[in-house]
Design a protein around this ligand. Structure first.
Ligand SMILES: Cc1cc2nc3c(=O)[nH]c(=O)nc-3n(C[C@H](O)[C@H](O)[C@H](O)COP(=O)(O)OP(=O)(O)OC[C@H]3O[C@@H](n4cnc5c(N)ncnc54)[C@H](O)[C@@H]3O)c2cc1C
Length: 349
């Protein structure tokens, strides 16, 4: 359907036409949604999807926009998920199942859990975005991934418009991956996610220098506060410097590739993964000379070479050009292909 045909359409009052997405993505790129719905209830969500289906418009759901690279106007209806609410289902022994509505701020969910004395997700503190997006790329930090505590998600089936429960073991979780990111992208909108938390969790302290920064006999709160402290030291706050966190995934390579890199660069940072190695993409970028680099209003964060930042740009072209240069140089230096982490949205179809 062409844009001017929408003059003939009517839409619910919470849907707006040709709306800037600048405040809905942490890179701050200024492209338009053809239609935008900010939904705060399941009824609004279902009505929005019904309306889009009636008019043959594609539907895209976003949360906090902290893992997006918007590179052009987005056709169809963009739904901003702001479903709110936290519910504790039941407690037994020292475990509780907690359901977070998809639009809840993820960090607030972690802080809330710590306040209840419940652990399991404290290492995932300060990851921006919504609870509903957490399973999409199986968020992870400091040795913990959301799949470790996730029990199930509830999602709206975009075909039947019914709510369905999907068990965690069906979601195809892997490193920064799930079926929601690919084959289920146009099939489901997550409306809530349920985690199983414990008052006596096994604390994960082996990653990112947590152990050294911890008091003896650390508590769940100690871990939470240390993670917040370490992250604030290293990562840019999107409210101050526009970014979407790690721009590249850590590449997983064979032992042969790893050994050949290590021969030349004995200090290479890598973690063993069964028979393979996960290379620290931040180290690769840093060693290839990109840390702190700036051009055309974009750059590489001076404290963490894995993070690309937007200093002044309204559009994504300069960032895409910088991404291409970094990828080419890392490939030339190490023979390793970097893969982008944020989800690409918009642009010509
Ligand atoms: C400073 C910074 C630090 C970060 N650190 C980390 C980190 O340590 N670990 C990590 O894993 N990530 C990290 N991220 C990335 C990001 O925070 C996470 O991926 C987060 O889960 C994205 O949530 P969001 O609500 O902003 O999702 P969005 O960016 O809005 O959307 C991301 C994807 O999820 C889909 N989606 C969103 N909501 C739903 C829904 N309800 N149902 C179905 N699909 C949906 C979207 O369509 C899109 O494909 C960081 C980002 C920043 C800016």
């Amino acid at each position: 359907m062409l844009m001017n045909e929408h003059k003939l359409l009517e839409w619910p009052e919470w849907i707006s036409h040709k709306t800037s997405l600048q405040s809905f993505n942490t890179f701050g790129f200024d492209y338009q949604a053809e239609f935008l719905a900010v939904v705060e209830s399941i009824e609004q969500l279902i009505a929005s999807v019904k309306w889009a289906k009636c008019h043959d418009l594609p539907v895209t759901v976003i949360g906090g926009g902290s893992n997006l690279l918007i590179k052009g106007d987005v056709a169809g209806l963009v739904i901003v998920n702001q479903l709110s609410g936290i519910a504790v289902h039941y407690s037994y022994d020292d475990c509780s199942e907690v359901t977070f509505s998809a639009g809840e701020n993820w960090h607030n969910c972690v802080a809330w859990s710590v306040d209840q004395g419940l652990g399991g997700i404290e290492n995932l503190a300060l990851i921006p975005g919504t609870a509903g997006a957490a399973p999409v790329q199986n968020i992870g930090a400091y040795g913990v991934e959301v799949k470790d505590t996730l029990q199930r998600v509830t999602a709206l089936d975009l075909e039947t418009l019914e709510l369905v429960e999907i068990e965690a073991n069906q979601c195809g979780f892997a490193y920064r991956e799930s079926k929601f990111k690919h084959e289920w992208k146009s099939k489901y909108i997550i409306t809530s996610m349920t985690v199983r938390l414990s008052a006596t969790p096994t604390l994960v302290l082996e990653y990112g220098g947590l152990l050294q920064a911890m008091p003896s006999s650390p508590t769940i709160r100690d871990v939470f506060e240390t993670v917040c402290h370490v992250r604030r030291e290293k990562l840019p706050d999107p409210a101050e410097v526009a970014n979407s966190g790690s721009f590249f995934k850590n590449p997983v390579v064979s032992d042969v590739v790893y050994q050949s890199i290590r021969t030349q660069y004995p200090e290479v940072v890598a973690f063993v993964q069964g028979k393979q190695w996960k290379l620290a993409a931040g180290w690769l970028n840093d060693r290839a000379g990109w840390k702190g680099y700036q051009e055309n209003g974009v750059g590489v964060y001076p404290k963490q070479a894995l993070v690309l930042v937007n200093y002044t740009c309204q559009k994504a072209d300069a960032l895409l050009a910088l991404e291409a240069k970094i990828k080419a140089s890392v490939y030339k230096t190490f023979g390793v292909e970097l893969e982008r982490e944020p989800v690409l949205l918009g642009g010509p179809v």
